[in-house]
Design a protein around this ligand. Structure first.
Ligand SMILES: *[C@@H]1O[C@H](CO)[C@@H](O)[C@H](O)[C@H]1NC(C)=O
Ligand SMILES: *[C@@H]1O[C@H](CO)[C@@H](O)[C@H](O)[C@H]1NC(C)=O
Ligand SMILES: *[C@@H]1O[C@H](CO)[C@@H](O)[C@H](O)[C@H]1NC(C)=O
Ligand SMILES: *[C@@H]1O[C@H](CO)[C@@H](O)[C@H](O)[C@H]1NC(C)=O
Ligand SMILES: *[C@@H]1O[C@H](CO)[C@@H](O)[C@H](O)[C@H]1NC(C)=O
Ligand SMILES: *[C@@H]1O[C@H](CO)[C@@H](O)[C@H](O)[C@H]1NC(C)=O
Ligand SMILES: *[C@@H]1O[C@H](CO)[C@@H](O)[C@H](O)[C@H]1NC(C)=O
Length: 482
């Protein structure tokens, strides 16, 4: 088997590069570069049996759907949300520290010393703030409507910003027809996306939300309003200004800074092949790089890809022209951006605390779809695979012989994790380092959640039946099957 030595770079603490020398294989041979591994025809498969000695597992009798994982680095704990349960585990050996009954958890966010959770609570969504040191200590309980879906199957997301506001992307009503990006809690006024307006959001599935600088960003897929023949799903990035105060008379209690752009993840060619449906994202803040898993529609042949997007490319699309539809029957046409480098500026309306954003409310009401599509870092996806649906991913940064490499850990729908080198170098494209089988043979179920802890060189995996901890590198007995 190929032998390689990679030096891992821990980026868990901003600005601090901690160099660790990791030997993937106990061998004194000269060190080949990843391209030697990439030249292998078939990627090695690490069987469930071979992996088992390295894996720690946590499960609790009768509990299923360990789909929400959050790392609490300060206390060396892993918080796990499962169906009707909340667990606190030791980060080191994932042994149980505390267990709490909770309704079906759909939102699990750590904010300082508090844990914020929302659950569907048998179709009466409720959110709870707890003390993270003692999950039994409930600090606050609020209505979960517009913060958590009624139905646990709905794909929602949320983020708490550094200022303490909750941004939730979910559905408001019981039937799931009223999607919303909603700000609440904290000190800013509550705001939402325009109601029952399919131009703003059209049957969206929300994937992720991030607090970045002046903006809160949302990643989603939705029916494409601008596509005029047949139903097509597009992947999007949307954003709002964190200092948005809403409109007055027009767009009252509604965002005045909402904008969205399409994300392009496709295989190039005369007729590009599009992976239209975003499934999962991973953000590397040190490089302003967003990785996304994209797939084909569930009703077509399965195919998956990973594309990465530079935040500067996203910003560029938001600085470009809009696309605008004059009336419901006309096509969407490009129109110039009235404020091409909009930086969330506000204008004082002479009434204190009644500022408006510098966007005109008329523009804010009609100009929110960007004309330009956000293009990925490389023309073709970083990795593609047919007949498979990827579900989740995380990215590690490792020091190769000459350069830093990004190594992706991609969870599949059938319970394996692919370890793949991400590089824009075409000759190394799609280099599979290995595939780890997390389930005994014959068992197939999706990877529900993935978290990476760079400083501990480990991976945490949420499955239907348990939570696993796996080291990123396995040093000896590195047995693989070809
Ligand atoms: C797991 O680690 C904790 C420290 O975080 C320790 O107290 C506990 O005994 C360990 N449990 C096992 C089973 O090793
Ligand atoms: C945790 O909080 C609960 C409820 O306030 C309290 O009864 C319990 O004693 C606390 N446990 C610890 C270890 O502080
Ligand atoms: C949520 O996303 C998953 C994965 O793409 C999909 O299978 C499921 O149908 C979505 N849920 C809803 C309610 O659309
Ligand atoms: C998406 O990217 C492909 C490959 O580079 C390109 O051919 C295609 O024109 C792009 N599509 C859009 C809508 O930008
Ligand atoms: C992202 O964009 C910035 C600014 O254009 C550039 O300096 C950086 O190299 C880009 N990163 C990648 C990974 O392409
Ligand atoms: C309103 O705008 C003025 C400057 O135009 C600024 O100084 C003030 O902080 C703003 N107030 C709020 C509540 O944003
Ligand atoms: C891409 O990788 C190949 C094989 O390792 C190497 O020969 C080539 O110099 C690399 N190209 C770039 C632009 O780094």
């Amino acid at each position: 088997m190929a032998v390689s030595r990679l030096e891992a770079v821990s980026l868990s603490m901003p600005g601090l590069l901690l160099f660790l020398s990791i030997h993937l294989a106990a061998s004194q041979h000269p060190l080949p570069s990843p391209d030697e591994e990439c030249s292998r025809r078939v990627h090695p498969v690490v069987s469930y049996q071979a992996l088992r000695p390295w894996v720690s597992s946590f499960s609790f009798a009768g509990v299923q759907d360990y789909s929400q994982l959050a790392l609490d680095i300060n206390r060396n704990q892993l918080i796990v949300g499962a169906r009707n349960y909340l667990f606190k585990l030791s980060l080191f050996n994932i042994s149980l520290i505390q267990v709490e009954c909770q309704n079906y958890i759909r939102v699990l966010l750590i904010s300082g010393k508090k844990l914020f959770t929302c659950g569907t609570n048998a179709f009466l969504p409720v959110c709870t703030t707890r003390q993270i040191g003692n999950l039994s200590r409930v600090i606050d309980r609020v209505n979960g409507v517009a913060r958590c879906p009624y139905d646990p199957r709905h794909n929602s997301t949320a983020v708490v910003t550094s200022q303490g506001e909750l941004y939730a992307a979910t559905v408001i009503d019981f039937s799931g027809r009223d999607p919303v990006i909603y700000r609440s809690l904290g000190n800013m006024p509550p705001l939402r996306t325009a109601q029952y307006n399919s131009k703003w959001l059209n049957e969206p599935n929300f994937i992720a939300a991030y607090d970045m600088g002046l903006f809160t960003y949302f990643f989603l897929r939705e029916n494409a309003v601008e596509h005029d023949c047949g139903k097509v799903v597009y992947s999007r990035v949307a954003r709002v200004c964190k200092n948005d105060l809403g409109g007055r008379f027009l767009l009252e209690d509604t965002w005045t800074t909402f904008m969205k752009a399409r994300l392009n993840c496709s295989r190039s060619g005369e007729i590009p092949f599009y992976y239209n449906e975003l499934q999962s994202t991973f953000y590397l803040p040190e490089q302003d790089l967003l990785y996304g898993i994209f797939t084909t529609n569930v009703n077509s042949i399965a195919a998956s890809a990973v594309c990465s997007f530079n935040l500067s490319a996203i910003t560029q699309a938001f600085n470009g022209p809009f696309r605008y539809q004059e009336n419901p029957r006309s096509t969407w046409l490009p129109t110039p951006n009235p404020i091409p480098n909009f930086q969330c500026g506000t204008v004082n309306d002479n009434t204190p605390n009644e500022n408006l954003t510098e966007r005109s409310l008329q523009d804010a009401q009609r100009l929110f779809l960007m004309n330009d599509v956000v293009q990925p870092v490389s023309v073709d996806p970083l990795v593609t695979q047919d007949n498979v649906r990827f579900s989740k991913l995380v990215v590690d940064i490792v020091q190769g012989r000459d350069t830093l490499h990004h190594v992706m850990y991609i969870g599949t729908e059938y319970g394996t994790i692919l370890k793949v080198l991400a590089t824009s170098n075409k000759s190394l494209r799609g280099c599979f380092l290995e595939e780890m089988q997390l389930l005994p043979s014959g068992q197939r179920e999706p990877i529900l959640s993935l978290q990476i802890l760079h400083s501990d060189r480990s991976l945490f995996v949420g499955l239907n039946g348990n939570v696993l901890k796996i080291p990123l590198e396995r040093c000896s007995n590195y047995k693989t099957e070809r």
